[in-house]
Write a protein that binds this ligand. Structure first.
Ligand code: SF4
Length: 70
């Protein structure tokens, strides 16, 4: 499974027909929940490179690395 490097806790529950995805993001320090009737995992385990939080944090880290290696 592809997963974002900033993804912390991740698990899936079921509430009757509803799928409940729990995921904690290291970037904004929030525990999030996504509910869906279909199989629809959060972006964190799919195309996480498109997540604005991922993009911002990756850019920040790359900036730090550049500063340390210059
Ligand atoms: S994909 Fe975005 S919301 Fe999900 S863990 Fe990564 S940075 Fe956080």
């Amino acid at each position: 499974m592809r997963r974002c490097p900033y993804l912390e806790e991740y698990y899936k529950d079921r509430l009757g027909p509803i799928r409940v995805y729990h995921f904690d993001c290291h970037v904004d320090h929030r525990s999030k929940v996504k509910r869906s009737l279909r199989d629809s995992p959060p972006i964190c385990v799919r195309n996480y490179e498109d997540c604005p939080l991922y993009v911002a944090e990756k850019r920040r880290e790359d900036g730090l690395i550049t500063r340390y290696t210059d």
